[in-house]
Structure formats: C-alpha cells, structure tokens
Write a protein that binds this ligand. Structure first.
Ligand code: NAD
Length: 244
C-alpha cells in the first residue's frame, strides 16, 4: 500500500518505541518521514519539544528538506510516578512542558504548513491514563488528560482549515520506556505479569499495534474522523469493571 505517496510526516519521539514503529510504518506506506527526537537516528532531526526555538527550527528544516508537511505525529512524552504528593512544582511544570506544551509548540510551528496540505492530519499520543487516572501516576495521568482535551479543542478549531486532529490511547505497550520501568522493579517478571493482567487480553500491546492506529488516523482511510480518541489497550478501558 502506498496511501502516503508524496506526503511528508514529522514524528516526535520518533527514534524509539511507539514513535519509531509509527515512523517505520509511515515510511513503509510511502511517506517521507522525519523523526524529531532528543536522540535522533541517522536521518532524524535533533529536537527537544520543550524548546520553542528547537521546535521551530526542526519544522523549518523538514519543510526545507521536503518542501511540505502533511502529517504531524505528536508522540514524544515522559513519565512520572507517584500520587499528588510525590512530585514538586518543578516536576509538574517539566512533565506538562514536554507532554502538553510540547504538542502545542509543534502544532504552532506546523499549522501554517498543514493548512496547505490536501491530506493534513495531526495524531497525538495520549494514554489510557487520560480516562482511567492510573494508580500512582497522578501527574502523568493529568498531563494525558490535558492531551485528550487539547486534541478535541484542536479538532474543533482546525476543522475549517481542513486539518483532522485525533489521538490514540495506548494501554501498557511493550516499548523501551516500559522495559526501563520493568528493569527498575524489584521483580521485573512479576511486574510484567501484573501489567499484562491489568489488560483484559492478558498481554502488553505492541508498539506496532499502536503504530497501526496512529497510521490509520493519519491516513485518508479515516477521512471522516476527527476529534476522536482510539484506545489500543487490550480492552482495558472498554471492558473495565462497571459498578451497579
Ligand atoms: P520511549 O521512551 O520508548 O520513546 C520516547 C521517545 O521520545 C524517545 O526516543 C525519547 O528520546 C523521545 N523524547 C523524550 N523526551 C523528548 C523531548 N523532550 N523532545 C523530543 N523527544 C523526546 O517511549 P514510548 O513508550 O514509545 O512512549 C511514546 C509515547 O507513548 C509517550 O507520549 C507516552 O506517554 C505514550 N504512551 C506510552 C505507553 C507505554 O506503555 N509505552 C502507554 C501509553 C502512552
């Protein structure tokens, strides 16, 4: 399939995990793809999404290289553990600066170019945490809640510009991020089993499965879809226990 032939995509956090799987799949489907990352690979561009000047320079570099920008995948994100007492103000600002304002910076820089595209789409990587308020993840959950409402607001605002805006909500996905979390657990195998058991399908989702959803929302196959959050979570949210 080459439904992205002639289109250009920028993927933040595109050097690892979900972002890398997404960048690879978009390229396989015919797009020209640039990973924007703190540690970019060979063809990527170094970009810290918490720096407005780096974001603007990176988007300028993409457009200079390829002449256009059609798809923005806002995927870079960082985690934080604990309840509301666990993180001080600086940590709250830092996580929101990357996870939420980072997406705003990218959108601000990309919108003038996306407005010129006949197939413009933004896909934000949200999380099941936005809906579920994950235990011991107050700051992270709040930041992803903001990503969800940002997605809805942007979808509304930019409909007249012909730009669709959607997000994916992964459950626990088997990425280097989760690998690092497991490595730091007292019993990594038991922790992995506990995370898998939390999802009704009894396993972690793969980065490729999340990428499939991102690529669908970025593609003309979802031309009638905007302002949507698509869960890729092994049934965690849809099949959640419901009270009386
Ligand atoms: P990952 O750590 O494997 O990859 C994240 C990438 O983002 C890395 O390449 C890293 O260098 C880059 N990055 C981090 N901070 C950055 C910054 N300031 N500027 C630019 N790049 C930056 O993580 P992942 O698991 O693939 O997560 C990707 C996204 O998916 C995140 O937004 C995360 O919140 C979300 N998510 C992950 C899971 C999961 O279980 N893995 C679940 C739900 C949502």
């Amino acid at each position: 399939m080459s439904e992205f032939e002639g289109l250009v995509a920028a993927v933040t956090g595109g050097a690892s995990g979900i972002g890398k799987a997404t960048a690879d799949l978009l390229a396989e489907r015919g797009a020209q793809v640039v990973a924007l990352d703190l540690k970019p690979g060979d063809d990527g561009i170094r970009c810290d999404v918490s720096s407005d000047s780096e974001v603007r320079a990176a988007i300028d570099a993409v457009v200079e290289r390829f002449g256009r920008l059609d798809i923005l995948v806002n995927n870079a994100g960082i985690g934080a553990q604990g309840d509301v007492t666990a993180n001080d103000d600086d940590e709250w600002h830092r996580v929101f600066d990357v996870n939420v304002v980072g997406m705003v910076r990218l959108a601000r820089a990309a919108l003038p170019h996306l407005k010129n595209s006949p197939a413009a789409a933004i896909v934000n990587t949200c999380s099941i945490a936005a809906w579920a308020g994950l235990p011991n993840r107050a700051l992270y959950s709040a930041s992803k809640g903001a990503v969800l409402s940002l997605t809805l607001a942007m979808a509304t605002d930019h409909l007249p510009d012909g730009i669709r805006v959607n997000c994916v909500c992964p459950g626990t996905a088997d990425t280097p991020w989760v690998g690092r979390l497991l490595d730091s657990a007292a019993d990594p195998a038991a922790e992995r089993a506990a995370l898998a058991a939390r999802q009704p399908m009894g396993r972690l989702v793969t980065a490729e499965e999340v990428a499939n959803a991102v690529v669908y929302l970025a593609s003309p196959l979802s031309a009638s879809t905007t302002g949507t959050a698509l869960a890729v979570d092994g049934g965690m949210y849809g099949l959640r226990p419901r009270g009386p």
